[in-house]
Design a protein around this ligand. Structure first.
Ligand SMILES: Cc1ncc(COP(=O)(O)O)c(C=O)c1O
Length: 483
């Protein structure tokens, strides 16, 4: 509810105050003077008592208001607000330094800026309604096809298959490329667990490789050290939107005749030498989970550069059922289909992809401006003619910083700003401890403790981005002064 629905002037009559109270149903009104400064509070109890003691409906609210009230500064943090709110005080006016009423706080209205939230204000509803109106709600229908065509067209004509999420996209890509059994697949040690899980689902062995300290992505030099006779594929993951060194990776793959499956779950729209990620390897996968650059709620896409492999993947996606002989199964497949309703959301989201990326790059430019003056902060970099789509703006706090990333995280959390830690290195977690040469995984282990991601939603307002930046600056200033 907007502040104006809770505000009366001291000259307003009790009758009009009661009308506003009736509409806001909160039982409280903020009383301002004729320039907008907060001078009192009037509750429905105050008005009732005034009427019983002789005031009438024409009396002015200023005559019966309570001048003894609690207010807080507009930039009060959540912790301060929570301390003031209790069973008696459920709503607190927020004022600027000149006592002008600017906002109000309630428990349900505490300021919280999420790390990533979807923006669904385009054609999503109309396309979903179309699915419902036409009865095409399952995994057949024009939106699935359109969504696949959009991906294919924007990825050098590769064959695109919509699937139910980014994890099964990886699984079906690996299966369609006949990876499994005795094969080894090279996976970065710093990634979301889905990358390694998909390899394990196929029965192949993941080989964990360390990352580069600047890009947080797989280190090509270390890939070569990990290649054995069993190595079948490399899975570069473009983490947080930051692009892998694809020239070096593709050169290694060619030299050793290895397949390449790009995990682009976090990097839709990132480019390497003007070429979109996902177009370099034999296959590429994307995720459309709710926090991703575009979303379908849950969803994924897999791209193949070989049409025959893509056709085989389409069979695997649909229970392994023969495409010409219905209900005949040549092998065990999966149900990895995306619904038309999800694809309808995807098509509408895709229509705004460029706008979303521009916004994410704009957000990143403001964060970069704020953080780059500090030598103890490592901002994300764009090297080798890469363009980062900044799915999540992620930076590192170096060892000589006057604070830890954990201290910054709790400060920001207290101010209602959500952050996200970098992934744990895979090799330290129980299911993955036997993979990779642990002695060679020191960079991923170190950077994992040093970094965090900041709110990166495309629906962030510029004032919110400024608020986040100001809050970080004030934290750093405090810490730098205290030492
Ligand atoms: C790098 C990476 N790979 C794969 C996935 C899996 O995608 P999904 O959550 O859609 O299964 C994710 C999702 O968060 C991811 O970040």
């Amino acid at each position: 509810m907007e502040i104006r629905h809770l505000t009366v002037t001291s000259e307003d009559s009790l009758e009009s105050a009661m009308k506003i109270l009736d509409r806001n149903a909160l039982g409280v009104l903020f009383v301002i003077d004729n320039v907008g400064k907060l001078i009192g509070i009037a509750t429905d109890g105050d008005i009732r008592r005034a009427l019983l003691s002789g005031h009438d409906l024409k009396s002015q609210t200023g005559d019966i208001m309570n001048e003894n009230f609690i207010s807080l500064p507009a930039d009060a943090d959540n912790a301060t607000i929570i301390k003031k709110l209790d069973n008696k005080i459920k709503i607190i006016p927020l004022v600027d330094q000149n006592n002008y009423l600017v906002d109000y706080a309630t428990i349900s209205r505490l300021r919280r800026i999420p790390i990533a939230s979807p923006l669904l204000g385009g054609n999503e509803l109309s396309y979903v309604s179309d699915c419902i109106n036409t009865n095409w709600i399952s995994s057949q229908g024009k939106y699935v096809q359109r969504f696949e065509e959009l991906f294919s067209a924007s990825h050098n004509g590769m064959s695109a298959l919509a699937v139910s999420n980014g994890t099964v996209a990886l699984h079906v890509a690996l299966k369609a490329l006949k990876i499994g059994g005795n094969d080894e697949v090279i996976v970065p040690n710093l990634t979301f667990a889905a990358s390694i899980n998909a390899v394990l689902y196929t029965g192949a062995t993941p080989v964990l490789v360390d990352v580069d300290a600047l890009t947080l992505n797989i280190d090509p030099q270390k890939i070569e050290d990990s290649i054995t006779k069993k190595t079948k594929a490399i899975m570069p993951v473009h983490l947080y939107g930051q692009v892998c060194d694809m020239d070096s990776i593709m050169e290694i793959a060619r030299k050793h005749s290895l397949l390449v499956i790009e995990d682009c779950a976090e990097a839709l729209g990132s480019t390497y030498r003007n070429r979109p990620v996902g177009t370099f390897g034999d296959a590429a996968t994307f995720s459309f989970f709710g926090n991703k650059t575009i979303t379908t709620g849950e969803g994924g896409m897999v791209l193949f550069n070989d049409r025959e492999v893509a056709k085989y993947a389409a069979v695997l996606r649909d229970h392994g059922m023969n495409k010409t002989k219905r209900y005949w199964h040549d092998e065990i497949g999966f149900n990895y289909r995306l619904t038309n309703i999800q694809a309808a959301i995807g098509v509408a989201q895709f229509e705004r992809l460029q706008e979303f990326i521009d916004k994410k790059r704009f957000i990143a430019s403001i964060y970069n401006e704020t953080l780059s003056p500090y030598d103890f902060i490592q901002i994300p970099i764009e090297i080798n003619e890469t363009k980062n789509s900044y799915w999540l703006y992620t930076f590192l706090i170096k060892e000589h910083a006057p604070f830890t990333s954990q201290q910054l995280v709790s400060f920001l959390s207290n101010k209602g700003i959500e952050t996200r830690p970098i992934f744990y290195p895979l090799h330290i977690m129980p299911p993955y401890q036997t993979f990779g040469n642990h002695a060679s995984l020191s960079v991923s282990t170190k950077v994992s403790e040093m970094g965090l991601s900041l709110p990166s939603s495309v629906n962030l307002h510029e004032e919110e981005i400024r608020y986040i930046c100001n809050t970080i600056e004030s934290f750093i200033n405090q810490r730098t002064v205290i030492g």
